[in-house]
Design a protein around this ligand. Sequence first.
Ligand code: ADP
Ligand code: MG
Length: 348
Amino acid sequence: MSAPDIILEADDVVVRFPGPGAGPFGLRRRHVQAVNGVSLQVRRGETIGIVGESGSGKSTLGRALLGLEPIAAGHVVLDGLAVSEGRRADVRALRRRTAMVFQDPANSLNPRRTVGDTLAEVLRVHGKAERGRTDRRVGELLAMVGLDPALAGRRPAALSGGQCQRVGIARALAVEPRLVIADECVAALDVSIQGQVINLFLDLKEQIGLTLIFIAHDLAIVRRLCDRVAVMYLGRIVEEGPTERVFRQPRHPYTMALIASIPEIDPDLALPLAPMVGEPPSPLEPPPGCAFHPRCVFAQETCRSGPPPVLRRADDHGWACILEPGALAAPLSDLPPLPVPTEREAFP
Ligand SMILES: Nc1ncnc2c1ncn2[C@@H]1O[C@H](COP(=O)(O)OP(=O)(O)O)[C@@H](O)[C@H]1O
Ligand SMILES: [Mg+2]
């Protein structure tokens, strides 16, 4: 049994997609192992960030945790419900207790409906407002996300991107969810609007004890918002721990490279120099050994040929690298500049 303050427990979760060029009867069909043995625990009221380059499996993991993507192996238990078993009653209960906020605020709202109708519909379907009190609750939800309740009469086209994203969050909150997963929900917004949405999440955490899984490729935002962070690389979590600890003392060369690429990183933070080279390999043909080794400037023979490293732990900090921290601090020069990860959604 898990501890009572654990709301979500994922154990060795695998999600596969059929790869391109599949033959008849699936012969020689290769699979994309989008999520490749992820274990994760989320505590009630905590905000956990999931970071990593595009294609690392963040969105697939998020969907799998909410039962929106079939799981090939492993287990997910959310708020006492076995997500991975897919029992219909459990899935229904799950829908009432969880919500997802997506990247594209405008397109995730029905353009023909007013904001008020969209929210009222969610309240009705989930039985969250008594008859005659729906309008009032819609107003409350809008106020909760910092919008004027008078906006209830507008359609999405009459709102700004930031306002649409707030409506998206209000719609998620209408369910009174125990857990929200936000997938790149500020990536499409201007920096100042991003800040407002982040502050909104910080307020909700304080006011209603919101549990949030915040998927993002922007590490600076994650650092500001999240209590803990998990770093994904090719479908695996390669480092995980309290945000400040991971940012100040990253143990995995991939995390180091990601952090070193944040433009506004604290200038007096003594980070080991850890550039990485090249692009992520194809998940259709993951490299043997440590999947990061072709891009890792510290890689040794064991990293190329040994088994994929398992998470090593010190207190609540875990990292999947066999090298000792001292081996990662060698001075390096004449290496190409780090490519800044960009988010390109292969499957919108
Ligand atoms: N529906 C799908 N069918 C086939 N492959 C997919 C599908 N969704 C995602 N993938 C693949 O799974 C991997 C992880 O994708 P994704 O979870 O979207 O990563 P991220 O959110 O970190 O960018 C990628 O290689 C992607 O191409
Ligand atoms: Mg994604």
